[in-house]
Structures are given as C-alpha cells and as structure tokens.
Design a protein around this ligand. Structure first.
Ligand SMILES: CC(C)(COP(=O)(O)OP(=O)(O)OC[C@H]1O[C@@H](n2cnc3c(N)ncnc32)[C@H](O)[C@@H]1OP(=O)(O)O)[C@@H](O)C(=O)NCCC(=O)NCCS
Length: 169
C-alpha cells in the first residue's frame, strides 16, 4: 500500500466506505473541489491494483492550516500563550474503510499526517495539531494519542505538535 495525494481520475472514491456516511460523501463529492480551491490537502492510502481502471482507496485524511482561540484551550495550555489565536494544523478528516478498520491503519495515518504537519511547521509555524472528531468513538480514538478535548466542546480536540512529534514511532 502507498500514501499519495488524492487524484479523482486515478482513485476510486465511489467505492470507499468507512461506516460514517458524511466522511464517505465528502470524499466522493467534495474532496476534488476542496483541493482545487486550496481548502484542504487530501491524502489517500491505496492498494497497488494494476488491473483496475481506478485504484481502490483503503483510507484517507485531509489537512488544512487553521488557528484556535486561546479560550478554547485548557487553563494549563493557555498559561504561557499571548491572547491571539494560536496557529494550528487541522486534521479535517480521517477515515479507514470498514474492511480495514482495527488493523492499526488509523493510528499509522495519524502519524503520517503528523509528519506532514511537522514539515509545514518548518516553514509556517503551527503550535497545535487539532481534530474535529465526528462522534464520541472518534474522540476516544484521539484521546488514546494524548489529545485533550476543548473545554466546552468535547468533539474538538488538540495536542501540541511537538508532543505528537515525540510520540512518532
Ligand atoms: C476511527 C478510525 C479512524 C480508527 O482507525 P482504525 O484503523 O480502525 O484504528 P487503529 O486500528 O489504528 O486503532 C488505533 C488505536 O485506537 C483504538 N481505537 C480505534 N477505534 C476506536 C474507537 N472508536 N474508540 C476508541 N478507541 C479506538 C484502537 O483500539 C487502537 O488502540 P491500541 O493501539 O491501544 O490498540 C476508524 O475506525 C474509522 O475510520 N472510523 C470511521 C470514521 C471515523 O470515526 N473517523 C474519525 C475521524 S473524525
């Protein structure tokens, strides 16, 4: 399997199914446009499937530049920060196809996304890595990697990018 930028001409978004319709629909309908408009960068994990006209997608994630209001951080995390929005990289979406869940791919892709965020951080500073979990189950998944829920919105979670760097396998 390999991780590449999503290309609607090469990758079969139609057959992708992760069990959350919103995430399937976004890949099928909006990922192409979102990339064209530089709203997100979308990466897909694909099988090497030479015979098929379009390659099957096993998992995907999408990243954007973002910022977070200091008041949406815990008291401890905002202690040393100025009162300005904090620069961040936002993991806008992460999904593994139903057939491949529970095999370590979600965690592996979270780390791949971290590496891309760290590359961006070299040129344009980002202190935090932020996710909008689609539901409670997804929030539990992120908490397992040390993410903190925002006070007031348990489905918005964040972690210092440097902390994620320290966890990279
Ligand atoms: C959530 C999701 C990305 C996890 O991917 P995955 O490949 O199934 O997860 P992994 O096999 O890499 O699991 C990594 C760890 O997270 C845990 N985990 C996975 N799903 C979890 C869940 N729903 N709740 C709590 N923990 C979870 C695993 O037990 C594992 O922990 P361990 O390393 O201690 O054993 C995947 O199940 C998915 O795409 N679900 C549907 C869409 C979704 O919810 N996306 C979340 C982004 S908003």
């Amino acid at each position: 399997m390999k991780l590449v930028r999503f290309d609607h001409r090469k990758h079969d978004a139609r057959s992708f199914s992760c069990g959350v319709a919103e995430l399937d629909t976004w890949l099928r309908r909006y990922a192409k446009r979102s990339q064209m408009d530089s709203l997100t960068r979308v990466f897909v994990l694909v099988e090497d499937d030479g015979a098929a006209p379009k390659v099957r997608i096993v998992a995907y994630f999408a990243l954007s530049m973002s910022s977070v209001e200091v008041d949406s951080l815990s008291d401890a995390d905002k202690a040393r920060l100025p009162r300005y929005p904090v620069p961040a990289v936002l993991l806008t979406r992460l999904a593994v196809s139903t057939a491949h869940q529970g095999q370590g791919l979600g965690g592996a892709l979270l780390y791949k996304a971290t590496k891309k965020a760290l590359l961006a951080n070299d040129a344009v500073a980002a202190r935090l890595f932020v996710v909008h979990a689609i539901n409670e189950g997804a929030a539990r998944f992120y908490k397992g990697y040390g993410f903190t829920p925002s006070p007031g919105d348990p489905l918005r979670l964040y972690i210092a990018l440097e902390r994620l760097r320290a966890q990279l396998p």
